[in-house]
Design a protein around this ligand. Structure first.
Ligand SMILES: *[C@@H]1O[C@H](CO)[C@@H](O)[C@H](O)[C@H]1NC(C)=O
Ligand SMILES: *[C@@H]1O[C@H](CO)[C@@H](O)[C@H](O)[C@H]1NC(C)=O
Ligand SMILES: *[C@@H]1O[C@H](CO)[C@@H](O)[C@H](O)[C@H]1NC(C)=O
Ligand SMILES: *[C@@H]1O[C@H](CO)[C@@H](O)[C@H](O)[C@H]1NC(C)=O
Length: 817
């Protein structure tokens, strides 16, 4: 009854919030109440637009035609013309008016036709038409910022449904410039593997780039030009760009491990990996992004399969509760104690893929980081490290302490707001807006932080501040933007340039497409018909076989997080019980989102990462978003009195330990059927029918909780003694095998009397979390015998529970096929 009335109350509450949140009129006292009425949203939208103009106008007045403006020194920031080898400076600054080109589509999103027109005129008048610029730049950065900016601006200029449509004033030169630029970048693909080199000199090609700068390239950079290059082929009808970049994309994905996990960094010359780990942040991020966005934009099933395969493997092996940690590609073990700020884009991508629940949860982690630092540190450690030097703990938790105003957290907030329309995300956006004004605005733009702890500034405004950070923020508040009433296949490139493929463009492409081979440096391996048949694919095949030693037979039992026994991926067994959901009180005005009451683990992050989530001194007085201690004490039931009046859904910290277990591939010789479809059974009413054929347990990853009498489990419940009394530990499988004539089952029942050792419970299968009472059914194949289940390590008891090393897993049941 209590449960029912609480649910009812929440429903009412939700309805109330929806009503108040979206349609209320603005209070006469200003916007204090965050009702987020239309008028208030317009106000924030206009403020964001002014911030953009502040920076853009200063760039145009003080720094154009150079690449960037110094936001503090207020003059042009250019490439290092004296030292062409200063690649950290020069990689993204090609002396091609980068800020202007990267900002074109923000002007289009603002719907400012005259500013858009003037900017396009500047490109036409001043930009080197064929990009014959003596500048060595990164292929990836130049593609996403410049090529993508030109393509997207071309789409806007030629689309009569857009506000900034230029009509007959525009002759298509942006597309021609984009094509000339692509021609200059293409020679980077002329490697034996078809994978692009990281850098090229726009005027002189590869000959002018020192070999030392070409040894290593990352997975995102090697794969991603695919999206822009494919778009270019659709618009120019020349298939060269698409074929070459798509071939590289596919080769990159073929370099994945047996677990379908793609290392982050390779030699472009022969595909040798430079490291063996993967994650969702720097060096790999936009690989996932472009697999999914390419599938959407081009209606491409192969890209969809790549997305699904890569995301499935990631969820299966890397799914920590609050973030995707970096893991070893061969074992799935957590390999670094940190996450990086670039991975904050991932919840936005999960929204596009439809995985809203996990997206919300992962986004909260980055929100807590923003709450703590007023920024996202480039790298933050979730595990406290042993202090070796003199640096104080606050500094050692952020080994890469800068924040160059990256957009990724805002981008995810945008996607979550569009998907949920939850005022919670408006509140997040408003907080960011206030921080931009208070912490980052400078005389000539916006300056990021060199150190989020000390507050030391960076006199730098990367082009993505104008092309992404402010664009996504603007779009959150501009609920009526034309992009939002558009039902086309529009996606944002990884530089936030909107791209869409019109039916007319697609039809024209289909009737005129061809492979124009006349380019000087056409990649040798690709002039043939089917790139997939190429010598290099076979070469790579051989490489894959030799690179991975035969998987060990048997089970690998891996602690959930082996980095440090101290903290690990575990919940710290403290019981301050500060992990409560927020329950709205019926008597108080509660204008915030229902989001906050959805999570019974809302405060778990603070609890779990209290040792490394340390607020810098300089921000002690900054008001945090509503998830601050005061808010917490007001709304959660952590004081005992509230605990008892049914208002609280506190989840106490578990005292159990959890482990990850990966069944090795060699467990069975049987070919696994389509592993994904075999295992995806929707969660329904609490009973999970999760069918896994036992012989196909190979490759399955389980999270196992070790149950002991009296302990608190991860669902916040006390484990009863009685559970242990009823479960047998005898291996029925062994019995069948070795004592076929046995008829004395009754006698054995005594000898197999239950012991008081631990029991296991599966809490996640292949990254899918099981609810309390969730049961997984394993189908027993006829071939099941001791040998096939790994030298007797596996078996099952009389209750049909799977035994692992003699210990029953109480919710893994072995069924007859
Ligand atoms: C860089 O660009 C500026 C402005 O377009 C131009 O005047 C200058 O000659 C260029 N410098 C080099 C080395 O290309
Ligand atoms: C092929 O490319 C060359 C060089 O870019 C260009 O001059 C020529 O017109 C193109 N041919 C076709 C058929 O598009
Ligand atoms: C090919 O490149 C060479 C050397 O850069 C140049 O002299 C020649 O004009 C180019 N040919 C074409 C057709 O662009
Ligand atoms: C849950 O749903 C399944 C399938 O509809 C059904 O077989 C099962 O009995 C249900 N379990 C409960 C506890 O209602």
């Amino acid at each position: 009854m209590q449960l029912l009335s609480r649910t009812l109350m929440q429903l009412l509450f939700l309805a109330l919030v929806t009503l108040l949140g979206i349609t209320s009129v603005c209070s006469v006292h200003g916007f204090q109440q965050f009702s987020f009425c239309e008028e208030e949203l317009r106000h924030y939208r206009d403020e964001t637009e002014q911030l953009f103009r502040h920076a853009y106008n200063h760039y145009v007045e003080l720094a154009y035609p150079f690449d960037e403006v110094y936001p503090i020194k207020c003059r042009a920031r250019t490439r290092n013309f004296e030292d062409p080898l200063d690649h950290p400076t020069n990689d993204v600054l090609g002396n091609f008016s980068a800020t202007l080109i990267d900002s074109l589509t923000t002007l289009a999103v603002l719907g400012d036709v005259s500013a858009f027109r003037s900017a396009v005129r500047l490109v036409e008048r001043d930009l080197q038409p064929d990009f014959s610029i003596d500048a060595t730049v990164q292929v990836f950065e130049t593609t996403i910022r410049i090529l993508g900016g030109l393509l997207s601006a071309h789409l806007y200029a030629t689309d009569p449904t857009k506000k900034v449509y230029l009509g007959s004033d525009y002759d298509g030169f942006l597309l021609q410039r984009a094509q000339r630029l692509a021609d200059r970048l293409l020679p980077a693909y002329s490697t034996r593997t078809g994978i692009p080199l990281p850098r090229i000199n726009l005027a002189h090609g590869l000959r002018h780039v020192p070999a030392t700068l070409q040894q290593e390239n990352n997975a995102a950079a090697m794969a991603c030009p695919m999206l822009e290059f494919t778009m270019l082929s659709y618009l120019t009808h020349d298939d060269k760009y698409r074929n070459i970049a798509r071939y590289a994309f596919d080769v990159v994905w073929s370099l994945k491990s047996k677990l379908d996990l793609l290392p982050m960094s390779f030699s472009p010359h022969d595909g040798t990996p430079f490291n063996k780990f993967t994650g969702t942040g720097a060096s790999i991020d936009s690989f996932y992004e472009y697999a999914l966005k390419g599938a959407i934009l081009f209606d491409d099933e192969e890209l969809w399969d790549t997305w699904e395969g890569s995301y499935y493997a990631l969820r299966k092996h890397s799914r920590n509760d609050w973030f995707y940690a970096n893991i070893d590609v061969d074992s799935g073990q957590v390999i670094t104690p940190w996450i990086d700020s670039l991975s904050a884009f991932f919840p936005g991508l999960q929204v596009l893929a439809g995985d809203l629940e996990d997206a919300k949860m992962k986004h909260l982690m980055f929100l807590k980081l923003w709450n703590t630092y007023g920024a996202l540190p480039e790298r933050w450690e979730f595990q406290p490290q042993d202090l070796t030097g003199e640096s104080p703990q606050e500094l050692s938790c952020v080994p890469l302490p800068w924040y160059p105003l990256r957009p990724e957290f805002i981008e995810s907030t945008y996607f979550l707001y569009r998907a949920t329309k939850d005022v919670f995300y408006l509140k997040v956006a408003w907080t960011i807006l206030e921080d931009l004004k208070a912490l980052y605005k400078t005389p000539c733009g916006f300056a990021g932080l060199q150190n989020v702890v000390s507050g030391e500034r960076q006199d730098r405004m990367e082009t993505f501040v104008l092309s992404e950070t402010l664009k996504y923020l603007y779009l959150i508040f501009d609920t009526h933007n034309e992009l939002h009433s558009d039902s086309s296949n529009t996606v944002f490139s990884t530089e936030a340039h909107p791209l869409w493929l019109r039916a007319s463009d697609l039809a024209a492409y289909k009737s005129c497409r061809g492979f124009n081979n006349s380019h000087n440096d056409t990649v040798p391996v690709l002039s043939g018909e089917d790139p997939k048949e190429s010598f290099f694919v076979r070469l790579l095949g051989a490489f894959m076989l030799s690179a991975f030693p035969k998987a060990q037979k048997g089970l690998r039992l891996l602690p959930l997080n082996q980095l440090s026994a101290k903290n690990g991926g575990q919940l710290k067994p403290q019981s301050s019980a500060r992990m409560c959901a927020i329950s709205p009180s019926s008597s108080a005005a509660f204008l915030h989102s229902s989001m906050l009451s959805e999570f019974s683990r809302l405060f778990e992050i603070e609890h779990r990462y209290s040792e490394t989530l340390l607020r810098p001194r300089r921000l002690f007085h900054r008001t945090q978003m509503e998830l601050n201690p005061k808010f917490y004490e007001t709304w959660s039931g952590w004081d005992q009195a509230k605990l008892h009046d049914g208002m609280c859904m506190c989840l106490a910290a578990p005292t159990t330990e959890s482990y990850e277990m990966l069944f090795s591939e060699a467990l069975s010789d049987l070919e696994a059927p389509d592993a994904r479809s075999a295992r995806q059974v929707p969660l329904g009413n609490g009973t999970v029918m999760h069918r896994i054929e036992l012989a196909v347990l190979a490759g399955v990853r389980l999270r196992i909780e070790v149950l002991l009498p009296g302990a608190l489990d991860i669902y916040g419940r006390k484990i009863e003694q009685s559970l242990f009394e009823s479960i047998s530990r005898e291996n029925v499988l062994d019995k069948n095998m070795f004592d076929v004539s046995d008829t004395n089952a009754a006698e054995d029942q005594d000898s197999s009397a239950t012991s008081m050792g631990p029991l296991y419970r599966a809490t996640a299968v292949d990254g899918m979390m099981l609810p309390f009472d969730g049961v997984v059914h394993l189908l027993k194949l006829s071939a099941l015998n001791s040998e096939s289940v790994s030298g007797g390590l596996l078996g099952y008891n009389r209750e049909n529970m799977l035994l692992i090393g003699g210990v029953p897993v109480i919710n893994l049941l072995v069924d007859e096929a």
